[in-house]
Design a protein around this ligand. Structure first.
Ligand code: ATP
Ligand code: MN
Length: 509
């Protein structure tokens, strides 16, 4: 719905969900009927508010002669009331926080209404005076203020309360309002604004500023905002705009290497999008990934590119790697998230869980013995499938990266998965086996083999050593033997085992 060039809020899909609860208070002017506003005001008056709040509100809310015909004024009033309530609460918290302590901490900077804007407060005059000493207008526009003030040496003292001085000063101070705020050309003239008018204008300027910040910045998305940088946010918006996603609903997990969001799937012609999606945003801070170079730089599928890439692109490569690995698994029929799309370091996949609740990990699921047993056999089968059919080793397999959903074990988190011929591939497999074996033994599944037996079961190798040290030594010897072989044949194998969707490539848009 177009309204003078502005898209009505209900016509715009909110990428951040919560469509039923718009937080944009400035749009009150557009969405509120006058009756509702009056009703709200009455309700507010009826509400029993803390005494100091009522006192602070002064004439503003209780006054009967306020013109309620303008939605804009009403919106402003509500905003002011909200700000003052907020400040009153802040003052109470400040008091509680400081208690009787001699050294106190001021919460002043968190106030919504700056003391200099709050004409009701008694301490304001003092603050106002202090503030004007630093007021840039003094330096910039000495001619607009008479050289009187306190320099009057006893005679002809003009205080800051002088009507003319004050009026001129207020006019000049309008220049300090945000640049977008149209103050007209009155500043150049000898205009005198009364304190009252100035305060109303100032208040209006501030609420306009807030409004603009809200519109442009989507500040309400606090969870997403903290973990996602502006570029990532843009990518997410684009996905919503393209219709792939309907809304982004919230953060499911903030892991070491990624942040996972829940999103409602949208609809696009070319592709069926699952109703519930998970968005895995790979963190672009590199700290965690540094230790993990070995997973990727020795993976011949990515090796050639690795050395040439900047850190940002390496992160994208992790996302890409997860996508390719998931696709392989999907093809083999392993229960895992279905890839929806990949854009740079953002991977969208189907959500394992229901109604925005992610399925529990095996660690969290607290399965009974029968389910644990069933889960164990599934894990064993999946590990074998992964190894034989997908030519992959998970490399971070544990009860934390397996979800229990619909009576099945689902594998997730495969960005670090490698092919068994990776120089450390068999060591990774051994570690996976150790995690799995230990976990199911703890669950009381009597059938669980030890990690060495499990390793042999999965890999089809037949390493006979009966202790970890020898077993690992044999694994390393095998890896070493393989390495030359793999390197010599890397290209051949890569062509042979190429994924259906073409060779890995970096998405550069
Ligand atoms: P961590 O460091 O915690 O292992 P990570 O960065 O490796 O996290 P993942 O393990 O892939 O990322 O995902 C973290 C969490 O997000 C998972 O434990 C799971 O709860 C949730 N999650 C990830 N992908 C999905 C999905 N497709 N569906 C549902 N939940 C998911
Ligand atoms: Mn994980």
């Amino acid at each position: 719905m177009e309204q003078g060039g502005i898209i009505a809020p209900e016509a715009r899909p909110s990428p951040w969900g919560l469509p039923a609860k718009p937080v944009n208070q400035c749009s009150l002017a557009e969405v509120m009927s006058e009756e509702l506003a009056k009703e709200l005001q009455l309700e507010e008056e009826r509400n029993v508010l803390p005494e100091e709040v009522l006192a602070d509100e002064g004439a503003f809310l209780t006054s009967e002669n306020i013109d309620t015909s303008s939605d804009a004024v009403l919106a402003q009033m509500l905003q002011m009331q909200f700000d003052k309530e907020f400040d009153a609460q802040l003052r109470r918290e400040e008091k509680k926080f400081n208690g009787d302590s001699k050294v106190s901490i001021s919460f002043e900077n968190y106030r919504k209404v700056h003391p200099s804007e709050d004409s009701d407060s008694s301490e304001d005059d003092e603050v106002d005076w202090q503030d004007t000493r630093h007021d840039p207008y003094k330096a910039d526009k000495p001619t607009t203020t008479p050289k009187k003030g306190f320099i009057g040496k006893g005679k002809d003292i003009t205080t800051k309360h002088d009507e003319v001085v004050c009026g001129r000063k207020n006019t000049a101070r309008m220049e300090n309002f945000v640049p977008e705020f149209q103050v007209g050309d009155g500043i150049g003239m000898d205009l005198k604004l009364s304190n009252q008018v100035f305060n109303v204008l100032k208040q209006h300027s501030i609420s306009e500023q807030r409004k603009s910040a809200r519109v442009h910045d989507k500040k309400e998305v606090s969870t997403a905002e903290k973990v996602v940088d502006p570029k990532t946010r843009l990518l997410l918006y684009k996905m919503v705009n393209a219709g792939v996603l309907e809304t982004i609903n919230g953060c499911v997990s903030t892991g070491k290497e990624s942040v996972v969001f829940h999103a409602s799937g949208g609809s696009v012609e070319e592709q069926e999008v699952p109703a519930e999606c998970a968005i895995k945003v790979f963190k672009t801070t590199l700290n965690e990934f540094k230790n993990r170079d070995k997973y990727i730089k020795d993976d011949y599928r990515f090796k050639d590119r690795f050395s040439k890439l900047n850190p940002r692109k390496i992160i994208r490569m992790w996302a890409e790697k997860e996508k390719h690995n998931l696709k392989r698994m999907e093809k083999a029929g392993i229960p895992c998230p279905e890839v929806v799309m990949l854009k740079k370091h953002v991977l969208v996949m189907s959500f394992i869980g229901k109604d925005q609740m992610p399925a529990p990990t095996l660690k969290e699921a607290k399965l009974g013995i029968e389910d644990s047993k069933a889960a164990y056999y599934q894990v064993l089968a999946v590990m074998k499938q992964l190894y034989d059919q997908c030519n992959l080793v998970h490399a971070d397999l544990s009860e934390y990266n397996m979800l229990w959903h619909d009576g099945k074990v689902w594998l997730i988190d495969v960005s670090q998965s490698v092919e068994p011929t990776h120089p450390h591939g068999l060591e990774f497999l051994y570690r996976d086996c150790r995690n799995v074996s230990q976990f199911f033994q703890k669950c009381g599944v009597a059938e669980t083999p030890n990690e060495r037996e499990l390793f042999n079961l999965v890999s089809g190798l037949n390493i006979a050593s009966d202790n970890q040290v020898d077993f690992l030594a044999e694994i390393e010897a095998l890896e070493k033997m393989n390495e030359d072989h793999v390197q010599n044949h890397a290209k051949k194998v890569a062509t042979f085992q190429k994924d259906d969707d073409g060779p890995p490539r970096i998405y550069d848009e």
